[in-house]
Design a binder for this molecule. Structure first.
Ligand SMILES: [Mn+2]
Length: 279
């Protein structure tokens, strides 16, 4: 029995199947974790969603920005629909409500004490320890599964403010800040404010761009974290984190990390998307 954390798949179902074959994955024996962004930009989001949905408790998925985007568009938030989106097959599928209903029950953070691993899609602000991160994730999960989900998905979840954590944040500002951290964060400045526009590889920005996991005052340093979202970072280990987005979509690899012994597996992928086509 093994537990494999899989990097950002983004609808690249054939490459995902290739990786599973490389792992000799057996659904009767093994458990899959996915760091989110199951869907969009790649060609086969529907197949990826169905695969994880059918695994039930043999899989753990945390939500990424593209998964949230799918939920928002499906909820009617078409003004955020982008020309490069490849989610139409999901929206038109006969089982869409089942799949999207399941996706809404996925978490923003998963913590497994026995494996000593925590999984998120993007990042944590330096001020949060694990307890704070778990509490914040639960706040957004409750909104997504509760009566305010429509207001959240249609009007409140998108936006780059507020940028700085305060325990006193309230209402939608608080929910939006938490969403930004878990689904979009790569960099913070020295004072711990989110730099959500920055997508570059480490070392290519200004000296005040701190990858969230390198922030000198990060309160979650004692926690072993697996995450995705950052294709220009590539496979990275250090500071107790494992970054698994290796740019499958862009002709890089699709990566799995076996959590029992931290062995990484990289499946080489043909390019499914040209970065120059991206807005
Ligand atoms: Mn992402």
């Amino acid at each position: 029995m093994a537990t494999y954390a899989i990097g950002d798949i983004q609808g690249c179902y054939a490459q995902f199947e290739g990786l599973l074959a490389m792992l000799d994955y057996d659904p009767a024996r093994d458990v899959l974790w996915a760091v989110g962004d199951l869907v969009n930009r790649g060609p086969h989001s529907l197949e990826v969603l169905r695969f994880f949905y059918r695994l039930g408790e043999r899989a753990v998925v945390v939500l990424g920005n593209h998964d949230m985007h799918l939920l928002a568009v499906a909820d009617g938030n078409t003004k955020h629909h982008k020309p490069g989106d490849t989610i139409a097959a999901v929206l038109e599928a006969p089982d869409r409500d089942e799949l999207l209903g399941w996706l809404r029950t996925c978490k923003l953070l998963h913590h497994d004490p026995a494996l000593n691993f925590t999984m998120i899609h993007a990042g944590l602000p330096p001020q949060w320890d694990l307890t704070q991160a778990q509490a914040c994730a639960a706040e957004v999960e409750a909104v997504l599964q509760g009566p305010q989900a429509h207001e959240y998905l249609s009007r409140q979840m998108f936006g780059d403010t507020p940028k700085r954590w305060s325990a006193d944040l309230q209402g939608w500002e608080r929910i939006r800040f938490i969403t930004s951290c878990f689904t979009r964060l790569r960099y913070c400045d020295r004072k711990g404010a989110l730099l959500l526009k920055n997508k570059h590889a480490p070392g290519q920005g200004t000296p005040d761009d701190h990858p969230w996991f390198l922030h000198p005052k990060r309160a979650s340093r004692a926690v072993r974290i697996v995450f995705g979202h950052w294709s220009t970072l590539g496979y990275y280990t250090g500071e107790n984190v494992y970054a698994l987005d290796t740019g499958c979509l862009w002709g890089g690899d699709l990566t799995a990390l076996r959590l029992e012994d931290c062995q990484a597996f990289h499946y080489p992928c043909p390019q499914a998307r040209n970065p120059q086509d991206e807005a």
